[in-house]
Design a protein around this ligand. Structure first.
Ligand SMILES: [Zn+2]
Ligand SMILES: [Zn+2]
Length: 226
């Protein structure tokens, strides 16, 4: 069964709602975005209670910033990788490095701010330890995959129809990149490439990044094998 996909920008973060038999959400937006979230949900005629699960691709403030408020409103269970648990519970920033020159320069400028930005601490309900976590019991034909590289516990959601929601495994558009591709910030670029190989191997076709607009996987395939 194919799912309906809705894109929802909460600040810099492109969040996504995936509706199968239930609705799940990928990422929780920047801090203080509950009002925006409610308004956008209303425009889509989606009731907050429909959302059963909120999968955080990782614990950075721009993806987990409104997770607490949104989960309180919707009742959605929060899902995160076990290794990101303490960052989420303590509102801490998992360190990353600049991948290219632009990433190195901007990170040097922004790192002190990143470290200071806090978001409401929140406890997740489900911790992912395994490489593959199926979503069928939530009425979604797809799975969560452990795709480390940007951070150690980065997760992606892959639908059986090929749509992949990858958080910061890709960046697309300003202020990060001019065009879609590998992230400019990562803990380990080799792991990023390995995670992409996994996603392509598992059937990823259309990429929905945590920042920017969807793009075809061929763009990554070219960068991976160039
Ligand atoms: Zn991040
Ligand atoms: Zn991000």
């Amino acid at each position: 069964m194919s799912s309906d996909i809705f894109s929802l920008k909460l600040g810099l973060n492109s969040c996504y709602l995936i509706r199968g038999k239930t609705t799940i959400m990928v990422d929780g937006g920047m801090p203080n975005k509950l009002r925006v979230f409610r308004r956008k949900l209303g425009r889509l005629y989606i009731h907050p209670e429909e959302i059963k699960l909120m999968i955080l691709t990782h614990s950075h403030f721009d993806h987990a910033g409104s997770a607490k408020a949104i989960s309180e409103l919707t009742g959605a269970k929060i899902v995160i990788h076990e290794s990101e648990r303490s960052f989420l519970e303590n509102s801490e920033f998992a360190m990353i490095k600049g991948v290219n020159l632009y990433g190195k320069i901007t990170l040097a400028v922004f790192r002190p701010f990143f470290k200071r930005i806090s978001f409401p601490k929140v406890k997740a309900d489900i911790f992912i330890n395994e490489k593959v976590y199926p979503l069928y019991e939530y009425g979604i034909d797809g799975k969560i995959l452990h795709t480390p590289g940007h951070t150690q516990g980065s997760l992606s959601v892959l639908l059986d129809t090929g749509e992949a929601f990858v958080g910061c495994l890709a960046h697309d558009g300003l202020p990060f990149r001019l065009n879609p591709g590998f992230p400019i910030y990562a803990q380990n670029i080799d792991q990023i490439k390995e995670s992409w190989r996994l996603l392509i191997d598992k059937g990823a076709k259309i990429i929905f990044p945590g920042h920017g607009n969807p793009f075809p996987v061929e763009i990554i395939r070219k960068q991976l094998f160039s």
